[in-house]
Design a protein around this ligand. Structure first.
Ligand code: XMP
Length: 519
């Protein structure tokens, strides 16, 4: 496995005890210019030793320290002698481990609170006001301090809302500094990293580029690599980095599965030419459409598309002779999800196989230059690499393409209808200047037909649904409150210009309980 991680020696290790906010903690730390990685609480100690952190952040978690089987504090945390910041469950573990007392509370405290500092000298709260708003979410409380600790701040409900042992540089916060509801939380984290751990904050996502290029060059030597290129930001950034390292010994394979949006294949090919990437284009539309004939079950559609994709990709890769390496645009959230704590591995709602997934017997060695980056960081790397704005800001688009946006059978007629409707939705929303604000916007072809009247005739045609959501990461999303005149324009253009559609509806559900795609 090739990777280039931080080229700094100011790493912060975040130990994950099952918090839903752990990725948020990592994002905040990186926003401060400090490189960090998330480790499961049961990760092998050697992994953390190799990372050699200058500080630990212990996440919250759903357990109580008294639960049977509750995660314990790994011994290397206190053994390492570097500063520690425990958040919520992390603070309770720290307190308990050091001889303090944690007590179960009759009521969970959940929601906003006012934090009052009881100690103005702690570096953790340097340059912060004596009172500020924080977000609480906890059951247990620390009721007796461990030896050497002082109370640094309290709220009405929690006498010990922050504690610290300045000598040993050990701190705990009962509130969540990482969430937006704690507006000064980032300053608390910054104080921990800069004033307590001695970080300087020089890390930038673009720091990856130079070290990744170097690492890939060393690893690949004179060999060749292939990359499945979709035109999305992840695969394009990954391919560009690898191309910088090994030039034309990288061949990108762009498979058109016939499920792309209007003009997407042509636009992608044009963009790839401008990037100087060495691209093999395979138009396999017919093959995919034949395999999808008569199939209506969404999971079966995905399986068929995944299988056909692999076959096409394999046969193209074999044509290139001996290619030992495969480039993939895997991102950090995928890595965290597949190696995370038990509580997180359970719930997978849909089979999200990126269509680039390949079988084990291909025996490719993987190059994953983005596997420690978040999506927004990849976009910043894209800017650094001078990739065109439309690629850098491109919306996520599912690997199985329009097949997940056609309810029922995928056929040329349905694809044609959806493509035309989708082009109207996207051009109108982008044209209204909302392209950045709205995370994803697209049309869905439902399998419902309804009665309408056009001119003097009765029609019985398809219903198009419009989906537009705001989101930070696609994990949760709110339906977008689009201006009514914009919705009206979208609706009238679709029914007037797209044959076979006589009704347009707008999806007003958020995720959860819905998902972004309809399937
Ligand atoms: P859902 O529909 O689960 O989607 O709310 C969350 C995000 O993932 C995208 N998505 C996919 N991306 N391959 C992908 O690479 C897929 O199979 C796939 N399915 C959904 C979706 O567009 C949204 O951004």
């Amino acid at each position: 496995m090739i990777d280039a991680r931080s080229n700094q020696n100011e790493n912060i290790a975040i130990i994950d005890f099952g918090s839903q906010y752990v990725q948020l903690i990592a994002r905040r730390v990186r926003e401060c210019g400090v490189y960090c990685e998330i480790f499961a609480h049961h990760a092998p100690p050697e992994e953390i030793a190799e990372f050699s952190p200058v500080g630990f952040i212990l996440s919250g978690g759903p357990s109580s320290v008294y639960d049977a089987g509750a995660p314990r504090l790994p011994s290397y945390v206190l053994g390492s002698g570097v500063p520690v910041l425990g958040i919520c469950y992390g603070m309770q573990l720290l307190a308990q481990e050091l001889g303090g007392v944690v007590t179960g509370a009759a009521h969970r405290e959940y929601g906003p609170a006012t934090l009052r500092l009881s100690d103005n000298h702690s570096p953790l709260f340097a340059e912060l006001p004596s009172e500020f708003a924080v977000w609480m979410s906890h059951g247990d409380k620390v009721t007796d301090l461990p030896k050497g600790f002082r109370i640094l701040a309290s709220t009405d409900n929690a006498l010990v809302a922050a504690l610290g042992d300045e000598e040993r540089k050990l701190y705990g916060l009962q509130f969540h500094p990482e969430v937006v509801h704690t507006p000064r939380g980032i300053d608390v984290l910054r104080n921990f990293m800069f004033r307590v751990c001695g970080c300087h904050g020089n890390w930038r996502p673009a720091s990856f580029v130079a070290s990744a290029v170097e690492a890939i060059r060393r690893q690949v030597g004179q060999d060749k690599a292939v990359c499945g290129l979709s035109g999305g930001v992840d695969s394009t950034v990954a391919a560009t980095i690898v191309q910088r390292a090994i030039g034309d010994r990288l061949t990108c394979i762009f498979v058109n599965h016939g499920l792309l949006r209007l003009n997407e294949a042509e636009e992608n090919l044009d963009a790839f030419r401008h990037l100087g990437l060495n691209v093999v284009y395979v138009d396999a539309s017919q093959r995919f459409l034949s395999a999808l004939e008569g199939v209506v079950d969404p999971e079966q559609k995905r399986r068929i598309i995944g299988r056909e994709f692999i076959r096409v990709f394999e046969s193209e890769a074999q044509r290139l002779g001996n290619v030992p390496f495969l480039v993939q645009g895997t991102l950090y959230p995928d890595v965290i999800e597949s190696s995370g704590t038990e509580s997180k591995t359970a719930a997978r709602i849909k089979t999200h196989h990126n269509v680039g997934g390949l079988p084990d017997d291909m025996r490719f060695r993987l190059i994953e230059p983005l596997k420690y980056l978040f999506k927004d960081e990849v976009r910043r790397v894209g800017v650094e690499l001078a990739l065109p704005e439309p690629i850098v800001q491109r919306q996520p688009f599912p690997g199985p393409g329009l097949a997940v946006r056609i309810i029922g059978e995928v056929n040329p007629q349905a694809l044609e209808t959806l493509r035309q409707a989708d082009a109207i939705v996207t051009s109108e929303i982008a044209g209204a200047g909302l392209g950045r604000e709205v995370w994803q916007y697209f049309a869905v072809l439902t399998n419902i037909r309804t009665v309408g009247v056009m001119g003097d005739s009765r029609t019985y045609s398809h219903v198009i649904a419009v989906r537009a959501v705001s989101s930070q990461d696609g994990m949760t999303a709110n339906w977008a409150h689009l201006p009514h005149d914009l919705m009206a324009r979208i609706s009238s253009r679709i029914v007037n210009q797209v044959p076979g559609v006589n009704r347009v509806v707008y999806d007003i559900t958020s995720k959860p309980p819905s998902t972004i795609e309809w399937e």
